[in-house]
Design a protein around this ligand. Structure first.
Ligand SMILES: Nc1ncnc2c1ncn2[C@@H]1O[C@H](COP(=O)(O)OP(=O)(O)OP(=O)(O)O)[C@@H](O)[C@H]1O
Ligand SMILES: [Mg+2]
Length: 509
C-alpha cells in the first residue's frame, strides 16, 4: 500500500468516501482532509504538502478553476484532478485549459487510482525540471555578477598594491614611537582589510591563483576537523561520515579548507541553540541530465546542519556577494560567494537544499581524478631576501612599477624599469652589464610577457623570469604565457613577499 496525502475540494462527504475507497482498491493508503471553501483550502495548503488535490467542479462556494488558481499559487507542480458527477465535455475542456492535471467522472471511479498515480509521476518530473531550470538561471546570474566583480577587483588590486606597499616602505623608515607611525599603521590595517575583501571577491569570480593538487577529501576533512570543532563550540555536535575508498579529486587544499570553514561557520551561526553538524563524503556517478553537472564520476562533499534553515528567497540569493541576513558588522555576505567561486574554479558544482526550520544541506560535487599524481612539493625554507643582482622590471601600472623599484633597491638590487615591452628591449640594449632577472607583467598592451621574454633571452640566455599578475593561473594560461615551472607572483604583493620570491627564483638552479 502506498501512502498518499489527498486534499479533497468537495462538498459531499459521501462522494469523498467513495473516492477514498477507489484509491484503496487501487493500492493506495490515503490520509485526507476535505475542504469546501476558499478560506479552508488556503489554510489546508499552508500546513502540509499534499500529493494530490481531488476537486469537484461545482461547489456551492467554490468552483474548480478558482480552487485550481489557489493551489497553483502555492504549489505550481501539485497534481490537481477534477472529479465531477455532471461534467459535460465543455466543462472538462475548460478544466483542462485552466491547467487541471486530469478529469474523471464520478461514475467511472475505477479510473481514479491509475490517473492519480500517473499525475504524481508526471509532477515529480516537472518538479525536477523546474528545479534544474532555476538552478541554471541562478548560476548564469552569478556568473554575470562574477565577471563584473572580478573586473572591479582586478583594478583595485593594483591600487592596493601601491597603497599597501608604499605604506610598508614608509613604516620601514619610521622607527617605533615616531610621530606618524600610528597613522601609517592605521593605513596598513585598512588597506589589508580592503585587500582581504578583494581577495574574497576574486575568489568569488574564480580568478584566484589556485594551487591544485591531487587530494583525498577524507584526509582534508580529518585534518581540519579539530579546528572546525573549536570553531563551532561545545553545544554543536560535529559528526564526520567519510565514505570508505573515496576517490581522489584535484583541488587546492587551502581553498577547500576555506570552503569548509565558511560552510561550518554559517552552520554554527544558524544553530545558536546548538544542534548537529554533519560533514560527509561519498562517491557519485552522475548520469546525463540528473543534476546540473556534466555526466561523470564525482566526489560529493556534504555539509548538513539542523539549524534555522532558509526560506526560498534567501536560498535564491545566498551565493550572491554581499548578500547577508546577519546584522551589520556581523556578516559581510562574502562567505558563500567565496565558496561558490572556489568550487566553480575547481571544476565543481554546489547545491543547497533548505527549508525554514528544517536545517540546511550543502552539496559540493568535485570531479574525481583518475590517476593519483604526486602531491605538491613542500614549502621551501626561508632564504635571505636581499641580493645584488640586476633586475629589469616591466609593468605598465606606474604605481606598481615605482613600488617594485623602491622595494628592490632597498633590498640591494640594481633595478632597471620599463613601462612596456619596447621600452624594456631598449633599456636592455642600453645596459652594459648582465641582466639576471626579468620581472614582467603578464598581460601588457603592446607586447605580452612571453614575447618579451623570448626576445630578451636571445641576448641574455641565462635570464631568469618572474611573472606578475593580478589574474589567476587560468587566465594566464589563456593568454598563452604560463608554463609549468614558470615563476609567478600575484598582485597585490608586499615588498617582503616580493623580495622573498625574487630570492627563490634567483637561487633556483
Ligand atoms: N547553514 C545555513 N543556515 C541558514 N542560513 C544560512 C546558512 N548558510 C548561509 N545562510 C544564509 O545565507 C546568507 C549568506 O551567507 P554568507 O556566508 O555568504 O554570508 P554571511 O554568513 O552572512 O557573512 P560572512 O560569511 O561574509 O561573514 C547568510 O546571511 C544566511 O542568511
Ligand atoms: Mg558566512
Amino acid at each position: 500500500m502506498r501512502p498518499l496525502r489527498v486534499l479533497f475540494v468537495e462538498d459531499s462527504a459521501a462522494d469523498a468516501e467513495l473516492m477514498l475507497r477507489a484509491l484503496k482498491a487501487g493500492g493506495f493508503d490515503p490520509v485526507h482532509e476535505r475542504v469546501e471553501t476558499a478560506a479552508a483550502l488556503r489554510a489546508a495548503l499552508e500546513g502540509i504538502t499534499w500529493d494530490v488535490v481531488l476537486s469537484d467542479y461545482y461547489l456551492p462556494e467554490l468552483e474548480a478553476p478558482a480552487a485550481l488558481a489557489l493551489v497553483r499559487e502555492r504549489a505550481p507542480d501539485m497534481p490537481f484532478l477534477v472529479v465531477s458527477g455532471s461534467m459535460g465535455e465543455d466543462t472538462a475542456v475548460a478544466a483542462m485549459k485552466a491547467g487541471a492535471t486530469d478529469y474523471i467522472m464520478k461514475d467511472r471511479l475505477q479510473r481514479l487510482a491509475p490517473a492519480v498515480e500517473r499525475a504524481i509521476e508526471e509532477a515529480a518530473v516537472r518538479h525536477d525540471r523546474r528545479r534544474l531550470e532555476q538552478q541554471l538561471l541562478a548560476s548564469q546570474r552569478l556568473e554575470a555578477v562574477g565577471r563584473l566583480a572580478g573586473g572591479v577587483a582586478h583594478d583595485f588590486n593594483n591600487v592596493l598594491t601601491a597603497v599597501l606597499g608604499s605604506t610598508e616602505l614608509l613604516l620601514l623608515d619610521t622607527p617605533p614611537g615616531a610621530a606618524k607611525r600610528e597613522e601609517l599603521e592605521i593605513i596598513r590595517e585598512a588597506a589589508t582589510h580592503a585587500q582581504d575583501l578583494i581577495r574574497q571577491l576574486l575568489a568569488f569570480s574564480s580568478r584566484q591563483a589556485l594551487k591544485p593538487v591531487v587530494l583525498d577529501v577524507n584526509h582534508l576533512v580529518k585534518n581540519v576537523g579539530k579546528m572546525l570543532r573549536r570553531l563551532i563550540g561545545e553545544n554543536i555536535e560535529l559528526t564526520t561520515e567519510p565514505a570508505p575508498d573515496v576517490d581522489s579529486v584535484c583541488a587546492d587544499p587551502g581553498q577547500l579548507e576555506q570552503v569548509l570553514v565558511n560552510l561550518v561557520v554559517n552552520a554554527r551561526d544558524a544553530m545558536p541553540q546548538g544542534g548537529r553538524l554533519t560533514i560527509a563524503t561519498s562517491n557519485l556517478a552522475v548520469a546525463a541530465g540528473a543534476v546540473p553537472v556534466p555526466p561523470g564520476r564525482y566526489v560529493v562533499l556534504r555539509v548538513t546542519d539542523t539549524g534555522t534553515g532558509m526560506d526560498a528567497a534567501t536560498v535564491e540569493r545566498a551565493f550572491e556577494p554581499f548578500f547577508t541576513t546577519k546584522p551589520r558588522g556581523k556578516g559581510s555576505g562574502l562567505g558563500l560567494a567565496t565558496v561558490y567561486g572556489i568550487v566553480r574554479q575547481s571544476g565543481g558544482h554546489i547545491e543547497v537544499e533548505s527549508m525554514p526550520g528544517a536545517g540546511t544541506t550543502f552539496r559540493i560535487y568535485l570531479p574525481r581524478v583518475e590517476d593519483v599524481a604526486e602531491q605538491g612539493a613542500a614549502s621551501t625554507a626561508a632564504a635571505p631576501a636581499r641580493g645584488a643582482e640586476t633586475v629589469l622590471v616591466v609593468e605598465d601600472d606606474e604605481r606598481v612599477r615605482a613600488l617594485a623599484r623602491k622595494a628592490l633597491e632597498q633590498a640591494g638590487y640594481r633595478v632597471l624599469v620599463a613601462a612596456g615591452g619596447k621600452e624594456a628591449l631598449a633599456a636592455a640594449e642600453g645596459h652594459d652589464g648582465p641582466i639576471d632577472l626579468l620581472m614582467t607583467d603578464v598581460v601588457m598592451p603592446e607586447m605580452n610577457g612571453r614575447t618579451l621574454t623570448r626576445r630578451l633571452t636571445q641576448r641574455h640566455p641565462d635570464l631568469k623570469v618572474l611573472y606578475m599578475s593580478g589574474y589567476s593561473d587560468e587566465d594566464i594560461a589563456q593568454h598563452g604565457v604560463f608554463e609549468t615551472g614558470t615563476a609567478f607572483i600575484k598582485k597585490p604583493f608586499t615588498p617582503s613577499v616580493l623580495t622573498k620570491k625574487l630570492r627563490e627564483v634567483l637561487d633556483e638552479t
